[in-house]
Design a protein around this ligand. Structure first.
Ligand code: WTA
Length: 658
């Protein structure tokens, strides 16, 4: 063992590129028995009762797993529970009324604290209001809100009355909202007047209005007044002010509706391999058990902690690890409205310091930015309250990993690099911080009970060190149950590629490539499908391409990922125009407008390259893989089989700025 940093005593040491969990952490960790892997293996699937035991059930389940109708698995069948009751009511009953549930940090320094009692009151009043508006059990309520407390309140109010929510990230466009509401047949919307973006008041209501115009169904809309005088708005037909509703139903309580474990808790739309977003269905019992268990075992959350996941609730990370996981465990969850660099680049550290945050969970794209800004910013603050650090959303390479470990964690906090997806619901690959060695650059082994395999095209496992497709060979409680768009798409997206139904083998295809080492540690290499991951956000290249080809004058387009220091991946677009559309500036502007209208500013390309033609095979297929290699300045191999090989050199010269 080499103590490269010269640390003594209690400090962890480097073992080659490995690090052991700091003893001070291990002493107090929730999970420290390394026998847990064998125990889960020996008792699978009943081992998952350990997760279900973290919850309160109105009616006990009869079986842990039903797999007769694979890949349509049923977890904890027969059990009944309510997610809002688990996240709020039971903590009041446990005498923790005045414990802080949500600590909200606003963009402009405004703050709010909701105790569990406050949260209980808010959720009940809003649940009563939703019922009064006509929301019934199983009705999908769409929520289109930025990071304000009304967002988790609305989610939990829905959960209380058994109405699945479908949260649409606030930065997505009116079209994207309309597509999701249409696909889910949603007749209820909770939105707001607007929110602050980089100091400016930004109109959200007008986007919601535009979306409603595109929908066939009538939509009853609740509007949260976030900006007051800064953005006056008028309510039209079927529109209701959130605060008026709360006043009208002040003091009302609504009994939590006991839901079947397999009843839908929420829908989350995510990008898939076609232009249409996928409606991922998560259920109540399995999902909540899995997020509670991983919050406990991986993030080491304890009720007395102040825990902060700096993600947006509009995506799965925020659902699982700002709202459901931490609240199920009765901890204090921090919710931050702003960005890491406003008003200054020490904003996050100021929040950690002031709130004495114990656990901090963020994305590699943020960590790379911190590293670029330099260690002066974290050094301005006392970060000694931190006990554990987490990373999620993209691969994190050793350099930012080490920077995070040293300059944020002071070498005293384990870093968990957690791999999971919208579809997995909760963490599936990670080290257990009180047990396992960390290897910067590798996420870790599959969690206990999660059977991760890296396979080749034929489904055979690859040797350690080789890369292949990341699959999961057994079901797990938080897994997607189906796609709202239909069971067929569910099968084709996830199960057809590697399963062998004749042998009863159902292997889940994650869409990621990975490598596994001798210890079973997984290094995730990135997506292998038509999804790109820009700053931890999933975008479909097909969806962006269809926004581009909708622009007048565009003949053809191809979109690929281009690796980027800051964002992990950037969007690179290649476009050829029709004759007569020579003003590239104008077409480029129209393309960007169209992408922003169809998806939102997050999908804006870093570069739009105009080319007379796109490289194609003899059968006329656009060679996207080749264009990806060109964008990443990689070796192209033999291109002579193309219909138009000469174009590749031209594009390459253009990309290289020659
Ligand atoms: C990527 C976010 C490497 C991966 C929770 C996955 C990661 C996609 C990691 C899911 C990680 C997530 N290391 N890659 N620790 N975590 N990913 O659905 O490509 O928004 O398939 O869920 O993010 O993105 P999603």
């Amino acid at each position: 063992m080499v103590d490269r940093n010269g640390w003594g005593g209690d400090r962890p040491v480097l073992t080659g590129s490995r690090r052991s969990p700091p003893p001070s952490f291990v002493e107090q960790a929730n999970v420290t028995d390394s026998g847990i892997y064998d125990e889960f293996e020996a008792n699978w699937p009943n081992c998952w009762e350990r997760a279900a035991d973290l919850l309160s059930w109105n009616q006990p389940y009869e079986t842990v797993l039903e797999d007769e109708d694979a890949p349509f698995y049923r977890w904890f069948a027969g059990g009944r529970l309510n997610a809002a009751e688990n996240c709020v009511d039971r903590h009041l009953e446990a005498g923790r009324k005045t414990h802080t549930a949500i600590r909200w940090e606003g963009k402009h320094g405004d703050r709010k604290t909701y105790t569990y009692r406050d949260l209980y009151v808010a959720i009940n009043e809003f649940a009563a209001a939703l019922r009064n508006l006509g929301v019934e059990e199983d009705d999908v309520v769409t929520i289109y809100l930025p990071m304000i407390p009304e967002l988790p309140i609305a989610m939990l109010a829905c959960a209380r009355i058994g109405a699945p929510h479908s949260v649409v990230f606030a930065g997505l466009s009116a079209d994207a909202l309309a597509t999701r509401m249409d696909a889910a047949d949603s007749e209820f919307l909770v939105t707001c007047d607007g929110y602050y973006r980089r100091g400016d008041a930004f109109n959200q209501k007008s986007k919601a209005d535009n979306a409603r115009l595109k929908l066939a169904q009538d939509v009853r809309t609740v509007v949260v007044d976030r900006l007051g005088e800064d953005l006056p708005h008028v309510l039209g037909d079927d529109e209701f002010d959130y605060h008026d509703l709360r006043d009208r139903f002040a003091g009302e309580t609504v009994d939590p509706v006991p839901r079947d474990a397999e009843d839908m808790l929420f829908l989350m739309y995510t990008s898939g391999t076609t232009g249409e977003p996928k409606g991922v269905v998560h259920t109540t019992g399995g999902y909540l058990s899995h997020v509670a268990w991983t919050s406990h075992a991986v993030l080491d959350v304890k009720p007395e902690d102040t825990y902060w996941c700096a993600a947006d609730i509009g995506w799965i990370t925020g659902h699982s690890y700002i709202v459901y996981g931490p609240l199920a465990l009765g901890t204090t969850t921090v919710m931050y409205e702003g960005t890491p660099d406003y008003p200054d680049r020490d904003r996050l550290w100021e929040i950690v310091d002031r709130n004495a945050v114990d656990i901090f969970y963020t994305a590699p794209t943020a960590i790379r930015a911190f590293m670029k800004w330099g260690e002066d910013y974290p050094e301005r603050h006392d970060l000694s309250s931190l006990r554990l650090l987490g990373s999620v959303g993209e691969p994190i390479s050793p350099r930012p990993w080490n920077w995070y470990y040293e300059h944020v964690g002071n070498g005293e906090c384990p870093v968990v690099d957690t791999w999971w997806q919208t579809e997995t619901g909760a963490v599936t690959i990670s080290t257990l911080p009180g047990i396992d060695e960390m290897k910067p650059g590798a996420a870790g082994p599959g969690l206990p009970g999660i059977d991760v395999r890296v396979v080749d095209e034929s489904g055979a496992e690859v040797e350690p060190g080789e890369s292949g497709y990341l699959t999961i060979a057994r079901p797990w409680p938080g897994m997607v149950r189906t796609l709202y768009d239909g069971d067929d798409r569910f099968r084709t997206e996830y199960w057809n590629q590697f399963s062998d139904p004749d042998r009863g083998e159902w292997w889940y295809a994650s869409g990621d490539a990975a490598r596994v080492d001798e210890d079973g540690y997984i290094t995730v290499l990135g997506r292998v499908d038509d999804v790109i991951n820009v700053s931890g956000r999933r975008l479909s290249t097909m969806e962006i391409e269809s926004a581009i080809t909708g622009v007048e004058g565009v003949a053809e387009a191809a979109v690929v990922g281009r690796s980027s220091e800051a964002n992990g991946t950037d969007v690179q677009a290649y476009v050829s125009t029709e004759r007569g559309y020579d003003d590239q500036g104008e077409v480029r502007g129209a393309i960007i407008d169209s992408i922003e209208a169809a998806i939102g500013p997050i999908a804006r390309p870093a570069d739009v390259l105009f080319t007379p033609e796109l490289p194609k095979t003899r059968s006329g297929k656009i060679m996207r893989r080749l264009l990806e290699d060109v964008a990443n300045d990689e070796d192209l191999g033999d291109t002579s089989a193309l219909r138009n090989p000469e174009i590749v050199g031209e594009i390459q010269a253009e990309i290289r700025g020659e």
